[in-house]
Design a protein around this ligand. Structure first.
Ligand code: MOS
Length: 741
């Protein structure tokens, strides 16, 4: 077993030397041609042309209560219907992603539109039609749907962070502070709204089950499917070779995975289920709505003395996951006395779970707005204010930062953006009807490394194949693993193949929490080191003295093709990366800064984003193009969070009202200006052997606040209740505003 445990900083590596010259380059996607030509099969497209049946979910029509009866006789009588399944296995399938089925009580409905029955038919159309003929009777109970009612409040599980982080005595320090800032921000519930709907195809061969599904973490998916379908984990194989976006909503499997397995078991042939867009919104998972109180005590000259970020969010009974809005408040700014705390308000709505950058994506909408407000009250430039409060070590526990380029990001961004031309006074720059403003915000995303394994097989002709049960959720995993293997082994890119998304391959970290590139990538690094060690042994030289380039090993004045070293045989090694001491001895995060120029229409309150620049630092960038694309995604999502996105909960019954993309608004092209992304050179030698840190979720963090701050600078109106829609702005714009001015 070739294993590297990240117990100490990594020294110089072959990636630093860059002999092959492919690491970091913005090379095209490995699977790009397959995707643009439609040849990359997504979950639902597997078993095309085979004899399969189709499942359609019957969604429940109450928020909370019991199922009294299910009458499937009319549906079953329809020609083409193979089975109608109901009962506890069906209702339990809705409690998948992050949590066990603790919340399910047999015969109970625990959220609106929870699957209550499953129709299997010989065509999709017949299954859908029959689903409307299934008659379900309920006994509705009173449910809890409103976060502000706080009917049941409890401490969440320590997932994904400790809910309470305190140091010193915040209340005492705040009471004594020269300047006291105390404001509350709110964010609505959100949906990941991935383009590819959650879908699965399940097939039995004897008692062995194969499921093709759209899932970010395959190993946990195996466990969920096995538990839900009541079969042995060893008998389940999951494939997820291509994924049309997950953003956390596919960390686990969704109801379609278990339901397709139950369907296939019942009708004796493979079953396909694609959730409708409405099912996706109402029966997978969502981001919790938040209420965030921020208190900051400071001196009049701008030194933060104490910092509190207290957050309420929601989840359903039995689920301890919480939206950790205070995650970056723990370490981002100085302040001796601190209190970062989270409460869970239990509601009977669809479970909440991870959505891209859980914590930062909502928390920094609040904190970065608050920092801007406080800087404004103190009369200090917001960049200067942040730089004055840059901590030297993690202010929570004094651990050193592994690397931190927040100030560099702010300074570089200010220079590129022309921050010196920012209107000094809010509501002071105007172009006809349009009020113009600049805003900025910090970005940060906590970094983590996960255990992950990969195999490299060298074929006798010297080509390499990388194999791991890792996923590519659209982030570029295929491409960066190819680049890492090619750079390490000294192979042209077209000499490296990559196979992913199959639980028969070495177990991997999966894609989540922005850890995928460093974790899976480091396992490829470790496997490549093992290949090189084998080569060196066969050539009787020290591995360190071996230079690898273009399929040749160069040692002294010898240059030997790999095929000669392999001598007609293939060579297969597996490498594993494991997190170690550096996860504890250093504090690791990626950093960035966003800069935004907006124009707000003084008459209508409409906001137009004119420019958006993000400067990021996330350690070694493995592929400039895919990394930059991740940042574009974050910026666009930030526009949505600032101005548009809001999953509306009907507080009478828990219905998610705007449960499709017609009513749940996300940015369209006309909302998005030309985006600029700049990534700084950085190596984080404590984070991983690649010296990289997570970047996927960095750019969404704080970008909505930069927009908010620009809107304030343009209008003098501060909105603390996201999204910043026209009605909220108009309420604050002066009535006598002269549109013709
Ligand atoms: Mo991410 S929200 O952990 O996929």
């Amino acid at each position: 077993m070739n294993k590297h445990v990240m117990n100490e900083a990594i020294g110089e590596t072959r990636l630093d030397r860059g002999t092959q010259g492919v690491i970091g380059k913005g090379v095209d996607r490995y699977e790009g041609k397959l995707k643009v030509s439609g040849l990359a099969p997504y979950a639902y497209e597997h078993l095309a042309g085979e004899d399969v049946a189709y499942g359609f979910v019957v969604p429940g029509a109450i928020g909370r209560g019991a199922i009294k009866s299910v009458d499937a006789s009319k549906a079953e009588a329809l020609p083409g219907v193979l089975a109608v399944i109901s009962g506890d296995k069906i209702t339990r399938a809705s409690s998948q992603p992050m949590a066990p089925a603790a919340q399910t009580i047999d015969g109970e409905v625990f959220h609106y539109n929870q699957p209550v029955a499953l129709v299997i038919a010989d065509s999709f159309e017949t299954a859908r039609h029959a689903s409307h003929l299934v008659k379900v009777e309920y006994e509705a109970k009173k449910g809890r749907y409103d976060i502000t009612a706080r009917e049941t409040v409890r401490e969440p599980d320590p997932m994904p962070m400790e809910p309470v982080n305190e140091r010193g005595d915040f209340e005492k320090a705040f009471a004594a502070a020269e300047v006291q800032f105390d404001e509350t921000y709110t964010t609505p519930s959100y949906h990941a709204a991935a383009m590819e709907p959650h879908a699965s195809v399940a097939k039995f061969d004897g008692d062995t089950l194969t499921v093709w599904t759209s899932c970010q973490l395959l190993e946990s998916g195996v466990g969920q499917i096995a538990a839900g379908a009541g079969i042995d984990q060893e008998k389940v194989r999951v494939h997820s070779p291509y994924i049309g976006g997950g953003f956390g909503s596919k960390l686990g499997t969704s109801p379609d995975a278990v339901l397709s397995a139950l369907g296939a078991m019942t009708v004796g042939k493979p079953v396909k289920i694609a959730l409708t867009r409405q099912n996706v919104f109402q029966a997978t998972s969502r981001r919790g709505e938040t209420i965030q109180r921020i208190r900051i005590g400071a001196t009049r000259d701008g030194k933060i003395a104490c910092f509190a970020h207290e957050c309420d969010t929601t989840n359903s009974p039995g689920n301890g996951f919480f939206e950790p809005s205070g995650i970056s408040s723990v370490f981002l700014y100085a302040g001796k006395d601190r209190r970062i705390a989270h409460n869970l308000v239990e509601t009977d709505c669809l479970m909440t779970s991870a959505v891209r950058a859980p914590g930062e994506a909502t928390g920094m909408l609040a904190t970065e707005g608050a920092l801007d407000e406080l800087a404004d009250r103190l009369g200090i430039d917001p960049i200067e204010f942040r730089e004055m409060n840059e901590p030297e070590v993690n202010p929570q526990d004094d651990t050193p930062f592994s690397s931190r380029k927040l100030i560099e990001c702010m300074d570089e961004g200010a220079k590129r953006f022309g921050w010196d031309k920012r209107p000094a006074t809010p509501a002071s720059r105007r172009e006809g009807e349009w009020l113009i403003g600049y805003g900025m915000a910090s970005a940060s995303r906590a970094n983590s490394l996960m255990q992950s394994s990969a195999e490299i097989e060298m074929s006798p002709d010297g080509r390499a194949t990388v194999r791991t049960a890792m996923t590519d959720i659209g982030t570029g995993t295929y491409t960066i693993l190819q680049q890492i293997a090619a750079e390490m082994l000294g192979l042209p890119l077209d000499q490296v193949d990559v196979e992913l998304g199959d639980t028969a391959l070495p177990p991997s970290s999966g894609s989540g929490g922005s850890w995928g590139a460093n974790s899976a990538g480091s396992s490829v690094y470790v496997a490549a080191e093992a290949v090189i060690a084998q080569f060196a042994k066969r050539l009787d030289v020290e591995a360190d003295t071996l230079t690898l380039k273009d399929g040749h090993a160069i040692a002294g004045n010898r240059q030997i093709p790999f095929s000669e070293i392999l001598n007609g045989e293939s060579l297969s090694v597996t490498g594993t990366i494991e997190p170690g001491d550096t996860s504890e001895s250093t504090h690791q995060a990626s950093y960035g800064a966003h800069f935004c120029e907006v124009a707000v229409n003084a008459v209508t309150g409409e906001t137009r984003i004119r420019r958006l620049l993000t400067v990021g630092a996330a350690g070694r960038i493995l592929n400039l193009k895919t990394a930059t694309s991740q940042c574009y995604g974050g910026q666009i999502w930030g526009i949505g969070y600032a101005l548009e996105e809001e999953l509306v909960i009907d507080t009478r019954n828990g219905l998610l009202v705007n449960h499709d993309l017609a009513e749940y608004h996300v940015p369209v092209h006309a909302d998005v200006p030309k985006l600029d992304v700049v990534l700084l050179e950085e190596r984080d030698r404590y984070a991983s052997p690649l010296a990289g840190k997570g970047i996927g979720e960095l750019a969404i963090a704080g970008v909505g606040a930069a927009i908010n701050n620009a809107i304030y600078n343009a209008t003098g109106v501060r909105v603390r209740d996201y999204p910043i829609t026209m009605d909220k702005l108009l309420a604050g714009l002066p009535d006598d505003i002269d549109a013709a001015a």
